[in-house]
Structures are given as structure tokens and as C-alpha cells.
Design a protein around this ligand. Structure first.
Ligand code: UTP
Length: 289
């Protein structure tokens, strides 16, 4: 079984739910406390042993590439002033030379299309996909670590799922679960945003390990929900050909592509921080809700 060494970060979406903020800045650069969303996803990938990071970007997303580069003037000036603690804060935003690739999705034709844009960089290896606007928070075991562990036992394709209310199933890709062992379900079917008759309440929440054969299916350019090339539709075709499992995530999920979810993520993570948590808690205590 080949190890999972590569990860795709699809960051070419238009972020329309966050307009006007995203008119001139990438959604993935919105900060949760003091780190941009993309940093959380990159940290999660590195914790899971990912070595090669592939960012599928688009026009107006230059800030992401700059963020992961060296900031010479800033760093030289912090050095000159002896602000070493601040230099340390930048350490995680430096990617190892040659380990990050930035390619463009020229048109936002859907998540499946964004993943397909990375096909030549993926080659013939299994790979992870992380959607950075889904902040999956569990410092004890990041979601992708859980997927990699399951992949190393079961092989094939593995996705992260969480239970959502029945009334929300139409917003997600929903799995049809088969046998269950602890937190791991065998998957016998997938439906993208079911209007009715969702096969379960287990929704995919933006973390995937996939076999490279999915690229050939995505190349067929089949349009699904919203006229977009849907990753879920191509994944559904892999079921039966390769093992397909879903891991239940037992941490906290913040949907940061949505304004309310983004604000909640900021409050939740701020409260955990020793430097600003007490002040935020104090502020919240004195609000009349
Ligand atoms: P979303 O469904 O959240 O779309 O995409 P979006 O465009 O980012 O945001 P809204 O709905 O307009 O507010 C989920 C992920 O897939 C990426 C997005 O960048 C996000 O990480 N994506 C989506 C692409 O890279 N390309 C696409 O064509 C669509």
C-alpha cells in the first residue's frame, strides 16, 4: 500500500458567502484569532505526515502564496529590532523549499474540477484533500491523522464525516453507511446535497484520502448539483472498486465559509488561548444575550 504523502488544498473558490470581504482577499486568508484559515489546514496536513502541499488557487489568491513565502523586509526589520518572539510566530508560515506547489484553476467549475487540476502533480499516488474553510478542531487527534491511521489499515478511500441535523442534510455530501466498527463505517453509497431521502445524517466535512484513479473519473467532466463538477459524484463511482470508509470526527467543526460559523470559530479558539481568553470571557460575561 502506498503511503499518503501529498495533499491538495483547493482554494480557488469565490467565497461569495463572505462578500464584500472576499472581493479583494482570499477567504482562506481570513484570520481565526491570529492565524489565517489556510494555516490551520496546513498544520493539520503536516501533523498527519504530508510532505508535498499542492494549492489549487485562482485569480486574486496571490496572498496565499506570499503568506507561505519568506517575508524578507519584515523578517530583517524584526531581526534588527531584536524581536525574536515575533520572528518565531512566523516559523509555521514558512514551507520547506520545493515542498509546495501552486497551480491555478482558471474557472471555478467546482471542487471536483479543482482537484482534477492537480492530476499531474499527484501522478499515481493516493492523496489527501483538505478544504481549509472547514476548521476541524481536535488538537489531540487532528482529523487527517485519524484518516491516515484508518487508511494505513484499510487502504482505498477514506473520508471524514460528522452527524448533522436531518434538516441540514441537503447542504452536504451524505454517506450511505454499511457495517460499523468503532468510529469507522464502511460506505456503500454517497449522495451530494440530497433534496429528499438522505441515506443517513452522516455528512462529509472536507477531509478526504483518495486513490489517484479518481482523476480519470473527474476528467469525464460530468456536471452535478449546481452545474459543477462534484468530487462526491466521482467518489461514488469508486465504491465497489476500492475499499471505501468514513471516520467519524469527534472534535469540533467550525464551518468558516459561513459568517456565523466563522465568528463562532473565533470566539471558541479565542477562549482557549491563555493570552486573550480571559479578556474575551470577561467581555462575553457582561453581554445580555
Ligand atoms: P465552497 O463550496 O465553500 O465554495 O467550496 P466557495 O466558492 O469557496 O464559497 P461560497 O460558497 O461562494 O461562499 C469548498 C472548497 O472548494 C474550493 C473552495 O475554495 C473551498 O475551499 N473550490 C470550490 C475550488 O477550489 N474551486 C471551485 O470551483 C469551487
Amino acid at each position: 500500500m502506498k503511503p499518503v504523502r501529498k495533499a491538495i488544498f483547493p482554494v480557488a473558490g469565490q467565497g461569495t458567502r463572505f462578500l464584500p470581504a472576499t472581493k479583494a482577499m482570499p477567504k482562506e486568508m481570513l484570520p481565526v484569532v491570529d492565524r489565517p484559515l489556510i494555516q490551520y489546514a496546513v498544520d493539520e496536513a503536516r501533523a498527519a505526515g504530508i510532505e508535498e502541499l499542492i494549492f489549487v488557487t485562482g485569480r486574486g489568491k496571490q496572498a496565499i502564496e506570499d503568506y507561505f513565502d519568506i517575508a524578507y523586509e519584515l523578517e530583517a526589520s524584526l531581526h534588527a529590532k531584536g524581536k525574536i518572539a515575533m520572528l518565531d510566530l512566523l516559523a509555521d508560515s514558512r514551507l520547506e523549499p520545493g515542498r509546495a506547489c501552486f497551480i491555478r484553476q482558471q474557472e471555478p467549475l467546482g471542487l471536483g474540477h479543482a482537484v482534477w487540476c492537480a492530476r499531474d502533480l499527484i501522478g499515481n499516488e493516493p492523496f489527501a484533500v483538505l478544504l481549509p474553510d472547514e476548521l476541524l478542531w481536535n488538537p489531540k487527534q487532528p482529523s487527517l491523522c485519524q484518516l491516515v491511521e484508518t487508511y494505513n489499515i484499510k487502504g482505498g478511500n477514506v473520508v471524514t464525516v460528522m452527524e448533522v441535523p436531518e434538516a441540514h442534510t441537503h447542504r452536504y455530501g451524505i454517506i450511505d453507511p454499511d457495517k460499523t466498527e468503532g468510529d469507522v463505517h464502511e460506505v456503500k453509497g454517497l449522495v451530494e446535497k440530497p433534496e429528499t431521502n438522505a441515506p443517513s445524517r452522516l455528512a462529509m466535512v472536507g477531509r478526504y484520502i483518495l486513490q489517484p484513479e479518481i482523476m480519470d473519473l473527474l476528467a469525464e467532466d460530468n456536471r452535478g448539483v449546481g452545474g459543477e463538477i462534484q468530487l462526491t459524484d466521482a467518489m461514488a463511482q469508486l465504491i465497489g472498486q476500492y475499499p471505501f470508509h468514513a471516520c467519524r470526527f469527534d472534535g469540533i467543526r467550525h464551518d468558516c465559509g459561513d459568517k456565523a460559523g466563522f465568528i463562532q470559530a473565533n470566539v471558541a479558539l479565542a477562549l482557549e488561548r491563555p493570552d486573550i481568553g480571559p479578556a474575551v470571557r470577561e467581555y462575553l460575561k457582561h453581554q445580555s444575550f
